[in-house]
Design a protein around this ligand. Structure first.
Ligand code: AGP
Length: 633
């Protein structure tokens, strides 16, 4: 490691840009210039990364051997107005826009984070799974922490490496630190010990380099760098980078072997770059669900355990939410019942007071689910329950939101900002969190065997791969289905058991972004009325995984088919019997437990709605009449 060689394979390749597969959580940026000041460049780059996270912001620069830091909670413009982010000396620096996952959006939790000596500064995007035990180990060695974040442990790990060997290069110390980390990270580190270098490292979270005459850059994403240079280098997982103002070097973390990588010329417009080359945020967010689900599997055990304890002790549990979040609650009611033998009552938030306002009491628990944490109907329902001394638990994507402030315990699902109005990645992440809660409750209550729990936990860990497989193998077929049925005037979405929730969600997606009228209800309900709507050619979409409901739903398919409906089924691959009755079908992988089936089975329905909207010439990101967060009742 001491004889760092700098290599730059100067092969220029014309491509249409880099597809970074990841979920937006925070934004990092670093720059090292031959001359001039870094701070204003960092500030502008952070502005271009603001869509990735915007509850806190900070910058660090080095000048004449001294570290300068400015950071605070709040949006970039607010923090700049307060602290003037451009007014920091030095031609080297790093910056960060935050989407909180560990620690509320407070000044002390904003990045950059530093070591005890204030000589090392770091910015990070990702989730460090094992930060609690590392933090305890470092505190026992005398390190004092300023924040509640997972990131700060990395700064102290680097400091610890220097304590053991003061002659280490910054890159060596960073290497030693990242080898301790479990989880996702893209980091940029500077130190007053080596003020002419930025050291970066990547695992799962995206990281790219920008090469220009005046200096070199690193960033989470292309938009930060595009106005500066179009010459980009992609950093892959398990790689460590050293940047100076003239050159860079990439090495593999595992064996320190040198990596040579071609320079790519990005020909995106800034608008395309913010969507990472996708035509719409909604498609980007559908495609990044696997990465989100990996981060959602890195929740802090302590909060899952605490929340499941509250649920275990409750006399009655209401699952309260709106829209897509309500559909997650509906699915969760099957999970809690099947795994933990806990009865829970999904309630649409705007109906909660009328339906349960008088009966909710001190023995009640309300688990409110809200991606934004600000939905007025949900907050109103929670406040009504609080007034009657009910216990409030929260599941949200936004730390610092109203829901986090009025909950006794809350969990952040760690999906990163969702820009598209239609909930997609936040829905599947909600389902994953709720499944993890149901599993912990099952363990507490001893209602299912250890083998069964291990089986489902193993399947949950594999869900990100399953989701990626569904997208990679079925997206094109779904796009063609949307084209085939683009003129249909009415759709039915039908499922049984937990797939009822999937049906409701598929219907909502189609209605809200393609404006197509659709019905959804438990398939067993068809004969109690709705089937009278069936005429020849009305498409009926059945969600039928191979679970206990399969036989019954086959009967429902037959009854619809007999009346002229066009049958579209989402089936487990190889289920030839159901496929034989379908006019069209989408196949999903085998072996998905019923309690987890809404996660992969909703993906084709999200894509169907998206491509139907595109077929009809609508903007899926900005559907008419809708807002991302409905803060009015
Ligand atoms: C879903 O696609 C919609 N955007 C909408 O139904 C949304 O789920 C609902 O408004 C609830 O929002 P929340 O999760 O932020 O509370």
């Amino acid at each position: 490691m001491n004889n760092w060689k700098f290599c730059l394979k100067n092969v220029l390749t014309e491509i249409r840009g880099i597809k970074v597969k990841e979920n937006s959580m925070c934004g990092i940026f670093g720059c090292i210039l031959k001359t001039g000041t870094a701070a204003p460049i960092i500030h502008q780059a952070l502005k271009r990364l603001e869509y990735r996270g915007y509850d806190s912001v900070g910058e660090a620069t080095i000048h004449e051997g001294k570290l300068f830091i400015k950071k605070d909670s709040g949006k970039i413009d607010e923090v700049h107005k307060l602290h003037n982010l451009d007014d920091m000396p030095g031609s080297i620096g790093i910056g960060h826009t935050r989407w909180a996952t560990h620690g509320a959006p407070l000044k002390e939790n904003a990045h950059p984070h530093v070591d005890c000596g204030g000589q090392i500064a770091i910015v990070h995007n990702g989730v460090i799974e094992n930060f609690s035990q590392i933090k305890l180990e470092l505190e026992n060695k005398g390190h004092t922490f300023q924040s509640k974040t997972d990131t700060e442990v990395i700064a102290h790990l680097i400091e610890e490496a220097f304590k053991k060997n003061s002659s280490l290069r910054l890159a060596d110390a960073v290497l030693e630190a990242v080898k301790r980390l479990e989880g996702s990270y893209a980091i940029a580190v500077i130190s007053t010990n080596e003020p002419d270098k930025i050291v970066c490292a990547r695992n799962e979270s995206p990281l790219i380099l920008g090469l220009a005459e005046e200096g070199l850059y690193c960033a989470s994403d292309i938009p930060a760098i595009l106005p500066i240079t179009r010459r980009i280098i992609n950093v892959d997982d398990g790689e460590l980078v050293i940047l100076t103002a003239e050159e860079f070097e990439i090495r593999k973390i595992a064996d320190l072997s040198i990596v040579t990588r071609e320079i790519k010329i990005i020909d995106w417009t800034p608008e395309m770059a913010v969507k990472q080359g996708y035509p719409h945020f909604m498609l980007k967010e559908i495609r990044e669900q696997a990465a989100c689900l990996r981060n959602t599997l890195r929740l802090q055990e302590h909060y899952l355990d605490l929340m499941s304890t509250f649920l275990d002790r409750s006399k009655e549990v209401f699952l309260v939410a709106c829209g897509t979040s309500y559909h997650a609650c509906l699915a969760a009611s099957y999970m809690f019942s099947k795994l933990a033998y806990l009865a829970t009552y999904p309630v649409i938030a705007s109906e909660f007071v009328e339906q349960h306002g008088k009966s909710v009491n001190i023995d009640s628990t309300v688990l409110a689910v809200s991606q934004s944490g600000e939905t007025a109907d949900t907050i109103a329902a929670v406040n009504a329950a609080r007034l009657r001394a009910a216990t409030i638990l929260g599941l949200t994507n936004v730390i610092g939101s109203t829901l986090t402030r009025i909950s006794r315990v809350y969990i952040c699902q760690q999906s990163g900002p969702e820009i598209g109005v239609a909930a997609t990645k936040t829905f599947t992440s909600q389902l994953s969190v709720l499944a993890q809660l149901a599993l912990r409750l099952a363990k507490k209550r001893g209602k299912i065997s250890q083998d069964e729990m291990d089986y489902i936990e193993a399947k949950l860990k594999k869900i990100p791969e399953v989701v990626d497989l569904v997208i990679n193998t079925q997206e094109e077929k779904v796009r063609l289905l949307a084209r085939k049925y683009r003129d249909a005037k009415l759709f039915f979405f039908l499922g049984r058991g937990i797939s009822t929730a999937t049906a409701y969600e598929g219907r909502l997606k189609l209605m809200e972004i393609a404006y197509v009228p659709a019905l959804a209800f438990p398939a067993g309900e068809s004969k109690h009325g709705p089937i009278s709507l069936i005429e020849k050619g009305v498409p009926a979409i059945f969600i039928c995984p191979k679970d206990d409901t399969r036989k019954a739903i086959l009967g429902n398919i037959m009854e619809m088919k007999a009346r002229g409906a066009t049958i579209i089924t989402l089936v487990e691959e190889g289920d030839n019997e159901i496929k034989s009755f379908a006019d069209d079908y989408i196949e999903l992988p085998k072996g998905i437990p019923d309690v987890l089936s809404p996660i992969p089975y909703v993906i084709p329905l999200q894509l169907f709605a998206y491509y139907m909207a595109v077929e009809k010439g609508y903007d899926p990101d900005k559907p008419r009449n809708l807002a991302k967060s409905v803060t009015v009742q």
